[in-house]
Design a binder for this molecule. Sequence first.
Ligand SMILES: Nc1nc2c(c(=O)[nH]1)N[C@H]1C(S)=C(S)[C@@H](COP(=O)(O)O)O[C@H]1N2
Ligand SMILES: [Mo]
Length: 317
Amino acid sequence: MLIRRAPDLKSSEITTESQYLNRREWIASMGALGAVTAFPSIAKALGASPQGQDPKPIGTPMGLQPNDTPTPWADVTGYNNFYEFGTGKEDPAENARAFKPLPWTVRVEGMVNKPADYQLEDFLKPHKVEDRIYRMRCVEAWSMVIPWRGIQLSDVLKRAEPTSSAKFVEMTTLFDPRRMPGQNSRVLDWPYVEGLRLDEAMHPLTMLATGVYGRTLPNQNGAPLRLVVPWKYGFKGVKSIVRIRLVDRQPRNTWNLSAPEEYGFYSNVNPEVDHPRWSQASERRIGEFRRRPTLMFNGYADQVASLYSGMDLRKNY
Ligand SMILES: Nc1nc2c(c(=O)[nH]1)N[C@H]1C(S)=C(S)[C@@H](COP(=O)(O)O)O[C@H]1N2
Ligand SMILES: [Mo]
């Protein structure tokens, strides 16, 4: 496998010309979203709150396509995968209601010069918080456009000072069956764990999210801290993270442990490599009826394809 050094891009450098164009088209398309919310029945079908109290989607659109509009608040926060709170898409919003994400400790450890246990506030304090609107896609072939708020994972890693042996990052969800009732059943091997290669983790698109729609992250979306990697299938986005560990071997990841033939370590969005149970060639945007084509790396190929040059993406699915 090819290990490359992490790209050292400033965030200003990743705003490409095509993103400027997308931004203009996106602003134009917001007119269309306004038209939808003007019809209460349609807005309701799309999941908008009947009181019209939905927060405004804020943030810099990054890599959005001309027809991408932010997924309504009610869908972003009402249609979730978070097995710690049940396996149905509507379970997490219901079952995570009582979860108290604060106080929260994050441990950064492993092959770093500066391991530490941080209270969430201290963990976040030195880093720049940004609002960014990303396309997201689940391996089950549904997709959303989500206005995230968060920090770059690269900032956290730089602060910890990885040693030269560190090659991967492993991130682990809280294990506390009293607070996460789904952990009392054996649907998955708890705690949920995910990983990235160090260069993927250092990529400027990779975020640790603390919010959506300019608000604090709802419990069902992975409060208080979750991973967001917009060019990978949703399951890479590990929620409610308590540990970030730098390691020299490819970490185990939960879905690969449960069904290795179905879920790989890389899990890059790839319309050419089907999952055994779901075609990856097209997707259904939540709130829409027709399918749309799935794009290589979920539309972020310009920015991330070079991470995988020389790799066989059929083998490394
Ligand atoms: N701890 C944990 N993280 C998780 C999951 C989970 O079940 N447990 N589900 C994953 C899957 S399959 C998806 S699609 C995304 C969904 O994130 P969202 O609900 O914020 O859209 O979370 C991912 N992170
Ligand atoms: Mo998913």
